[in-house]
Design a protein. Structure first.
Ligand code: DC
Length: 225
């Protein structure tokens, strides 16, 4: 495969995007760019600074003076560094989960984030995951995937992930939280969560990660040849 292309992976919370995108990037020897982590980093900083999460201009101003860097670690994993501080794990708490969609809803915040994301994808050789990558950030991506799964399957996966990170939560609570987040993400006026018309739909409800990975990798190898 000679071409250093761009791959977009979108979908709702808990569909397996980050696991698949990270492993896909490692298999293609591409860089994995987790755009959700960028919104999470801003939400985390806003919470720490006591910024009103309903105040879009204040959040956009905060972002302009904020450095968010994604560094590759191993196996496509990234380390998120916020103003020089390693925050990868801190971005996965229930507090950040509950606030991030609100922060990501503001046009001024999204404008700045999208400019940064396009800059990061500039040279190609990237797998970028998020909600609006195929529709808005990289509309000319070489390959686009839209990963989804039933709400129950997504809630179960998120629950296991939170448990692994030391935050055991009731599955019903997680289900309500991701359903609420999906609603906010897909109904916002600016670049909502949506499947691009040219995205390959992958329903992962009854698929193991390895199966999803083999499927998307095959499509990438064909399209990026
Ligand atoms: O993928 P994630 O769960 O880490 O994303 C966290 C939130 O960030 C998600 O609820 C919506 C927002 N987001 C977004 O609006 N646009 C993106 N490209 C990525 C994430």
């Amino acid at each position: 495969m000679d071409k250093r292309g761009t791959v977009a992976v979108d979908g709702p919370a808990g569909a397996g995007k980050s696991t698949v995108a990270r492993r896909l990037a490692a298999a293609l020897d591409y860089l994995y760019l987790d755009t959700g982590a960028m919104y999470r980093a801003l939400a985390y900083k806003a919470l720490r600074h006591g910024i009103d999460l309903r105040d879009g201009p204040a959040l956009a101003a905060l972002l302009r003076e904020t450095a968010i860097n994604l560094y590759p670690v191993s196996e496509g994993r990234v380390s998120v560094v916020l103003d020089g501080e390693e925050v990868t794990e801190a971005l996965r708490t229930p507090e950040v989960n509950a606030s991030v969609s609100q922060v990501a809803g503001f046009e001024a915040v999204r404008g700045e984030m999208v400019a940064r994301q396009r800059g990061m994808a500039g040279q190609g050789g990237v797998v970028m995951d998020g909600r609006d990558i195929g529709t808005f950030v990289l509309p000319h991506a070489d390959v686009k995937f839209y990963l989804t799964a039933s709400l129950d399957a997504r809630a179960r996966r998120r629950c296991l992930e939170l448990e692994r990170r030391g935050f055991p939560v009731e599955v019903t609570r997680v289900r309500d939280e991701i359903a609420h987040r999906d609603m906010l993400d897909s109904s916002r006026p600016y670049a909502p969560l949506a499947q691009a018309p040219d995205a390959v739909l992958v329903d992962t409800t009854h698929m193991e990660v390895e199966e999803v990975l083999a499927h998307v990798l095959k499509i990438c190898r064909r399209r990026l040849a």
